[in-house]
Design a protein around this ligand. Structure first.
Ligand SMILES: [Zn+2]
Length: 1095
């Protein structure tokens, strides 16, 4: 989010402020969120009985269906039929009439003031039918999985590239390294393990490559669109940079729209040979047996794996090395956009405008289309026909963040109240009134812009038209002049035709041995005492409407009665976890202020009560079941905050076994690592969605906990997962508490349904994100916060029209934190084209990558990872080949020509391809991969951008007094200077890399030690020192953290230190240890693929 605007707030709605006092300009506050209080907007004289909104269809929450369950393909895949015994009954709302009353909770002899008391009988709901994974499997129909799948490499790791030697290396990483790797007791440093070579710093002056080419003149011709950073690639340890292999071409004259890269793009050996079971071990370079000339396309890195299948005799001397400075630079593109588009506000009045990049700070003025903070598209000009779209292969998708937080100088959507009649909609397609609806017949009727249906204007909404056919009140009504606004929903939009109660938060705390031992329980209970004062509030409300409840558990559950009238909290134990029920209603969910004394007492006692516990086993499914039943009994939506430490192996529904098996990597069975172990979790998630029960899961694992399975319920309920491996209070409390505070305070919409409507010709066909779908159109979200996005893909179902363009309307029905039912509407108009060049001129690569990453990350559930990677490569090649064939001027096949808007597609796609999910390094655990996979699923475009291509900021280059962020450099080792320090961040990780030759004064100023050697490697906190450099760096770190939705723990990495391996993982332009190609190599490969498609 670009929140650092200095431009003064501009009401997006112009003058009418005084005229329509009902419009509320809410001030932005991180605490109170972005939704404005619903001040009725009395624009017309109340509802007229003549116009009664019929029961809305589509967006309204339909009564839960008890119809036939969707097909459950994932069940078979998981080999689990564990819940066949459950009934097929209606699992939905309200207490079931089939009450079973035979169980009483057991009591627990804790010597605490919490007297166990008896409990009420259980209300047992039968489990529903197994859930579907149809939307998951359906996806793959669209994936072109080509060719034969390569046979699995031997489990020894041969054939899977070099990193096998690293398997034991993670012990040398600090806790919570990448995602919190587990230290392995027996670990040895990455070097020398099992005789494997130590990773060398690049030796850039490989003579065998340099010899046959003429170094470019320093002022050699460069393409204007390809100007990389002008920094010479400063190396450390090596000779000063010469770029012996740079062969550049004369500047092209004839091809303005594209980026040409000419030169040594000779045909490289195949990247993925069907005969090859993966990458060969590294054979060349500074270690290994073959030290001959680089057999490939002249990778600058000695560690280059051979992509081909010839470990034998060296291939003919490779052609020239492609100069990294001559290929498109992400840094340059980002800088150019900042310079060109960061100064003017982005005004949304014009159809089909491509917004500034997500990395540019800009102000948005809503003049009829939704802000790019809410919706970004892969292209803002879409082909008129499906044939054209198929030819180009450019995915048509929108990344939607319906409740996005806005910077302080942009106003939250206005809330419109149409009274009892509810929001005005098209009678046929149910689209909501929006600026694109066409009023006709003097204003008495309107034609729907989505389906062309002619609708009567209800009398109370009538208004005259001006001479241009526009309603004279158009600019006084948000729904007629703005891209985004909210409607107050009527009771028709509420579950069971009843306005909702305010939501509740339930804190469910694992009190097993591990949770107690690490200090987690004590830390958490202490924090909650103050954090409960910051529950989300709406507008100017004095206190939050949200009620809270508390549960602790190990292999049994403990409920707490914290009614305000009690002197002490009371505990109730439920040990029958097979049939979970809630033993108390009254006193379980309470108002924080009313019950403060009892809650404080409880939070004081919990760590003491379980201090001596020996219980190591936990349950999981029954815990969520209990929370969900509690919300059901209270007839409200809400969120469960689950703090969990271990694989749930206690006897209970959802019991798991350790099925982690690294040998499956790179085999056809790798997908099972990403699939849930049992269908019980999906079944439970479906029940939670029906109740509007969202789960945020905080994991504190010491070993494998099966994140793939445990994250199913958070994922399907719109929740979040946080993971703190090997949690230790002293090391991790800052990160955990920051995440927790933000998570608890953030504004959430509950019990939400999202529908995306489109104008005739295209329709939404696929959805990616954290949600559940029981039909093909409604995205159901038990909870949705301001960080979550839903990516929607569109396909043609008819011909589009250049003149009328294409329209999207996203409608989100949700319950606000205060319990108000609302509809948030976002509208966006796009252009349509009959020329492919127009498509390629209006694409947004960052959004494309967001879509492609989500598509691929879902693909690994069902397909071999290699097939998923190949699909991405093929699609990228097709996109670029289509451009080359249809849009670029004829030129020699030796030239790679990229569309200007997509010139970063290869580098970014390569980052996706070699990400931990698609090509894991040996230090990446199965849980890490599952964790990242589900994180990316909900990321917005800015998050995927920095996640896949991290930011690398030099610290001492810019003037010390400069308060702006230093310009980034490319994420490659050759951009590092050993006399400098760099911050690297990707939204999850934050490193401070210190070069070995950093000046002593700098070391002293920042670390308060006298030399480089005295800096503690792995340090996570910089000393607070009173000097400009220390203040600047710490300020920059704070600023980076503030921009991200999760706290990034700092890791100080010294050059040449063993921890540097961890850091280098993020230098994504370089070849990765897991075999991922360097940017240069990948670009060559992409060029070859394109040439093949064109020939
Ligand atoms: Zn319509």
């Amino acid at each position: 989010m670009n929140v650092n605007q200095s431009i003064p707030p501009v009401p997006p709605f112009g003058q009418p402020q005084p005229v329509y006092p009902g419009y509320h300009q809410s001030s932005y506050s991180g605490q109170s969120g972005s939704t404005a209080p619903a001040i009725p907007y009395g624009a017309y004289n109340g509802p007229v009985p003549g116009y009664q909104q019929t029961l809305p269809q589509g967006i309204s929450r339909a009564p839960p269906s008890s119809g036939a369950p969707p097909a459950s393909t994932a069940q078979a895949a998981c080999g689990q039929v564990a819940y066949g015994q459950f009934g097929q009954g209606d699992v939905q709302n309200g207490p079931s009439s089939t009450v079973q009353m035979q169980r009483l909770p057991g009591s627990q002899p804790f010597g605490s003031p919490l007297a166990p008391v008896g409990s009420q009988p259980a209300v047992l709901q039968p489990y529903g039918p197994p859930p579907t994974s149809a939307q998951v499997t359906a996806q793959l129909a669209g994936m072109q999985i080509s060719g034969a799948v390569a046979p699995a490499p031997p489990s020894s790791g041969l054939g899977y590239g070099p990193p096998t030697s690293l398997a034991s290396a993670s012990g040398s990483f600090p806790n919570s390294g990448l995602y919190g790797s587990y230290p392995q007791g027996q670990a040895s440093p990455v070097s020398q393990a099992q005789g494997h070579p130590r990773i060398q710093t690049p030796q850039r002056s490989a003579p065998s490559q340099a010899s046959s080419f003429t170094p470019p003149a320093s002022g050699g011709p460069r393409l204007p669109s390809m100007t990389g950073p002008l920094l010479p690639g400063q190396g450390f340890g090596g000779p000063s940079v010469s770029q012996p292999n740079h062969v550049s071409s004369p500047p092209p004259q004839a091809l303005p729209p594209g980026t040409q890269i000419t030169g040594p793009l000779g045909p490289p050996p195949p990247m993925h040979s069907p005969q090859q079971p993966g990458y060969q071990p590294q054979q060349n370079g500074s270690f290994g047996s073959t030290r001959g000339p680089q057999p490939n396309y002249g990778s600058p890195y000695p560690a280059a794996p051979t992509f081909g299948s010839q470990p034998g005799p060296p291939q003919p001397l490779p052609p020239k090395r492609l100069d990294p400075d001559a290929i498109p630079s992400p840094i340059q593109v980002i800088e150019d956009d900042r310079n060109n588009r960061g100064t003017e506000p982005f005004v949304t009045g014009v159809r089909g405008q491509v917004p500034p990049l997500v990395t540019t700070n800009f102000l948005v003025k809503d003049q009829g289309n939704a802000s790019p903070r809410y919706i970004r598209c892969t292209s803002y000009n879409i082909p008129c026909t499906s044939d054209m779209a198929k030819q180009a292969q450019v995915p048509l998708a929108a990344v939607i963040k319906p409740l996005a937080r806005l910077p302080p100088d942009e106003a939250s959507p206005y809330v419109v109240d149409h009274g009892e009649s509810g929001p005005l909609r098209c009678n046929r397609c149910k689209a909501y009134m929006c600026p694109f609806m066409q009023f006709i017949e003097g204003g008495r009727r309107f034609q729907c812009c989505f389906c062309s249906c002619i609708n009567d204007v209800p009398p109370q909404y009538f208004q005259h038209l001006d001479h241009t056919g526009k309603r004279v009140d158009a600019y006084d009504r948000p729904e007629l002049s703005l891209g985004s606004y909210e409607f107050l929903a009527t009771v028709d939009y509420c579950k069971n035709n009843k306005f909702p109660s305010p939501p509740a938060f339930i804190f469910m705390i694992d009190v097993s041995y591990n949770a107690i031992r690490t200090g987690l329980v004590r830390l958490l209970c202490e924090e909650l005492k103050s954090l409960l004062d910051f529950l989300p509030r709406e507008g100017g409300a004095e206190e939050s409407a949200i009620r809270v409840g508390f549960v602790t558990y190990n292999k049994v559950l403990h409920f707490y009665n914290v009614k305000s009238s009690l002197a002490q909290p009371q505990m109730m134990v439920v040990s029958d976890v097979a049939d979970m029920f809630v033993p108390l209603l009254d006193g379980f969910l309470v108002n924080v202020n009313e019950s403060r004394a009892v809650i404080t007492s409880l939070l004081d006692q919990i760590p003491e009560m379980f201090a001596d516990t020996r219980e190591t086993e936990t349950v999981f499914v029954p815990v969520i079941q209990a929370g969900m039943e509690a919300l059901k009994a209270a007839e409200c939506a809400g969120k469960l905050f689950l703090f969990h430490t271990s694989l749930p192996i206690a006897e209970a529904p959802g019991k798991l076994k350790n099925r982690d098996d690294r040998k499956l990597i790179n085999t056809d069975k790798e997908k099972t690592l990403f699939q849930p172990q049992t269908g019980a979790y999906q079944t439970l998630a479906k029940e939670c969605v029906a109740q509007g029960c969202c789960i945020d899961l905080f994991l504190f694992p010491n070993q494998y906990v099966d994140v793939a399975t445990l994250s199913v319920v958070p994922q399907l309920t719109g929740g979040s997962v946080y993971k703190y491996a090997c949690f230790q209070v002293e090391n991790d409390q800052e990160r955990f508490l920051s995440d927790l505070r933000r998570d608890v305070q953030k504004v959430v919409g509950f019990d939400a349904v999202m529908r995306v409507r489109t104008s005739t010709g295209i329709r939404a066909v696929d959805f990616f994100g954290a949600f559940y779908m029981s039909n093909t159109t409604d995205v159901e979200l038990a909870g949705l916060d301001g960080d979550k996005t839903v990516t929607v893909e569109f396909k043609h179902d008819d011909r589009l029209n250049e003149e009328s363009g294409a329209l999207l309307q996203c409608a989100l029905l949700y319950t606000s934190c205060a319990g108000q039912r609302r509809l948030r509407i976002h509208n966006l108009a796009l252009n349509c084209c009959t020329q492919l060049a127009d498509l390629y001129r209006n694409c947004e690569t960052d959004t494309l990558i967001n879509y492609m990453a989500k598509f691929a990350y879902r693909g690994v559930l069902n397909s071999p990872v290699k097939a998923v990677r190949d699909t991405l490569i093929t699609q990228c090649a097709q996109i670029l080949a289509c451009y080359r064939k249809n849009c670029a001027s004829p030129s020699s096949a030796g030239q790679l020509i990229l569309p200007e808007c997509m010139k970063l597609l290869p580098v970014y796609l390569n980052c996706v391809l070699k990400s931990d999910v698609l090509q894991p390094g040996a230090e990446v655990t199965t849980d890490d991969r599952a964790y990242v996979r589900q994180l990316v699923t909900s990321m917005d475009v800015a998050e995927t951008n920095v996640f896949f291509y991290p930011r690398l900021l030099p610290l001492t280059k810019s003037p010390i007094e400069s308060t702006t962020e230093p310009p980034a450099v490319r994420a490659s080792e050759e951009r590092l200077s050993n006399g400098d320090m760099y911050l690297l961040e990707n939204g999850l990780n934050l490193f401070l890399w210190v070069g070995a030759s950093v000046q002593q004064g700098v070391v002293q100023s920042l670390f308060s030690v006298s030399s480089f050697s005295q800096i503690t490697s792995g340090l996570s906190v910089l000393p607070v020192l009173d000097n400009p450099l220390s203040k600047k760096v710490r300020g920059l770190i704070d600023s980076l953290r503030a921009q991200r939705s999760r706290y990034m723990k700092l890791i100080v990495v010294k050059q040449e230190d063993k921890l540097e391996m961890l850091f280098k993982h993020f230098l994504v332009e370089d070849k990765s240890l897991s075999g991922g190609a360097s940017y240069v190599d990948f670009l060559c490969h992409m060029h070859k693929e394109i040439r093949q498609l064109l020939s």
